[in-house]
Design a protein around this ligand. Sequence first.
Ligand code: SF4
Length: 381
Amino acid sequence: MLERFDLHGAPVTSLDLKCLLIGNGMKYPDEVYQSVASVARLEPPTNPFACNCIILPGEVAVHLQANSQSPFALALDEDGKACLFHEDARLTEITFPAASAYYGQKTSVGTPFGSIAVLEGVSTLAFFYMWKCQYIQTKETCTFCFQVVADIMGYPLPSSSYDEVAEIIKWSIENAGVREIQLTAGTLFTSPEECKRYADLLRAIDERVGLDKIPSEIYCYMTAPKDPASVDQVFEAGADRVAHDLHVWDSSLHARYAPGHARHIGRAGQLRALEHIADKFGPNRAFSAFVAGLEPLDSMLEGAEYLASRGIVPAFSIWMPTPGSVTADTAPPGLDYYRQAQKQFAYLYRKYNLDPPGAAAGSHVSLCRDIYRHRDALLAD
Ligand code: SF4
């Protein structure tokens, strides 16, 4: 049974709230930060680049996107507890991940850990941009990608060495309760080179940390290679899973939101690569994220069923409107859209025996692990 909260007379679950909060952000006043700073992993509101997180009842992690215009707000209730409010009505008490010394650490060459990888939820370490995306050169970057925006605007994003990646993983497993590692980097036009880099990196992590020391799993978000077999070396080097994200199923919207992928690989090429993994390495080893809200529900669900029926895990990310992007003028979908999507993804995970990536409290903007953990309750509704 999923706990429900009263949103002005409408009962909503933590999963519903996660969808609404990522689409709308929330007010984040300094008094909330001050009240929990000593015990919570939380950066102050003055740091706009912080990767903060709140945790809703049911262990549902939500990215804390500060937005002073949002109808949702973090505030202290009369007992001094941090709570989530909607237009002054208290919805629920919230918690935060436990305080960690992670963001005070630097690699042995002096790079702050936080500029290379962030902590998500309670136990995920996410490397977000290990090398530059070459779609910048052809102005074909994906419309919702934060990393390339920062790169194009000249923010100093460090290119981490394999040694630094391994060092951060080792420290985080030993000191920050990390159980799961996400590796992400930019697209390289020569896909065999991108696959080789991931394989080399995994071997370096194995040598310096031991892949068997990762309590849950390690997976790579990669560009689908032109020759699908190029990815074999990544699995042989120890990846538990590989993602080739489709983002949307509709072909024309795919070209609009992910122009580089659409022109250089095409949806057919992405599907060929995903199906190669499922055929060669079995179900649950390939996954691909849809960004809920970017296309009509029927279209997204058609794509999710296509993948699921082939043993490829459809993942569910929630669209976070980005100022200045081509999606900025589009309103996020309503709760009905998200609820139907939650239920259908739960149905697909159960029907095809699929197990999406993610550890406890999941990731900040993806709902797939939350749906999986609460699939029985969603389907019983
Ligand atoms: S390919 Fe990856 S890194 Fe490049 S723009 Fe798209 S999401 Fe960003």
